[in-house]
Design a protein around this ligand. Structure first.
Ligand code: GUN
Length: 284
């Protein structure tokens, strides 16, 4: 069993991005800029955003965060996004999800300029990704693909089960895997017998927010298990969706939580923002 060390790989990506930022500054006088929009006071969302801010600072990006109260209207959020769309110092715009119930998330995401959509949530980028064209790709699935690449885990012809069908993780994950010639099953809350699918899989990728959902008897001997879940238990500890200690001995590779897919998500946000800044530099 080999542990997939997302923390170390994310550091490697951060170092690469940092070096590229220096080159971009020197050669083109461009400082990659990221704008983050966060609405409300959800502590987990604020924790994610502060990690993103910290990572931006560490690689030399310019970053601004718009913190807005729960009471803000949809039109006011749209106004801020339009301002960021028109700001030449900003190359990436990220709206932290989930948004409060009175806000139509799809409407908000569609206002973001697709050229600055470093989260890859805009329908334009989703469509391009599905058709295997160059696009911004959602950071968590992109980070998982990076881990496969780093650890030489081949995908072609593999039976892969993705557990979770969200727009930001499960669906883009499945598309990327199909584009890599895997045979993909997407399981979700209505799946009749989850274990029947996972037991047959060469690779299981799970991100649903249910602690210990994936047990040892659901995993084939030698399988690769990627845990995207992150759950805080009552005792304050962080666990994924996989019963790590029980599943670990059966795997060829497994990601820990924390220290697996989580740090890779932030690393991919940095890569996407760098990519956007470079593309703006080429257009000007
Ligand atoms: N909420 C949970 N994950 C994400 C993410 O990757 N990006 C954004 N914007 N919001 C999230």
């Amino acid at each position: 069993m080999q542990l997939i060390d997302g923390k170390t790989l994310s550091k490697k990506v951060q170092n690469f991005v940092h070096a590229e930022v220096e080159i971009l500054k020197t050669e083109k006088n461009i400082v990659p800029g990221l704008a983050v929009v966060i609405v409300g006071d959800d502590p987990a969302s604020h924790a994610y955003v502060s990690m993103k801010e910290k990572a931006c600072k560490a690689v030399g990006f310019y970053s601004i965060t718009h913190k807005m109260p729960n009471t803000i209207s949809q039109d006011e959020i749209i106004e801020i996004i339009i301002m960021m769309n028109n700001n030449p110092h900003i190359h990436g715009i990220l709206v932290q999800l989930p948004l409060p119930k009175h806000i139509d998330t799809n409407k908000i995401l569609e206002v973001i300029d697709p050229k600055k959509d470093v989260d890859g949530f805009h329908a334009y980028n989703v469509g391009r990704m599905v058709t295997n064209l160059d696009s911004f790709v959602s950071c968590t699935p992109l980070g998982v693909m990076k881990m496969f690449e780093e650890y030489d885990i081949s995908l072609e012809g593999k039976d892969i089960v993705v557990v979770g069908a969200s727009n930001i993780v499960g669906k883009p994950m499945a598309s990327l895997l199909i584009n890599a010639n895997a045979t993909v099953t997407v399981a979700h809350i209505y799946t009749k017998d989850l274990a029947r699918h996972t037991r047959e899989a060469d690779i299981v990728i799970v991100g649903v927010g249910v602690p210990h959902l994936i047990q040892a008897d659901m995993i084939k001997e030698g399988a690769v298990v990627i845990d995207i879940g992150i759950n805080r238990l009552d005792d304050g500890s962080l666990v994924g969706d996989v019963d790590f200690d029980a599943v670990r001995p059966k795997c060829s590779y497994i990601t820990p939580v924390p220290g697996g897919a989580g740090p890779m998500t932030i690393a991919m946000l940095l890569e996407n923002t760098l990519k956007s800044a470079k593309q703006f530099g080429e257009r000007s």
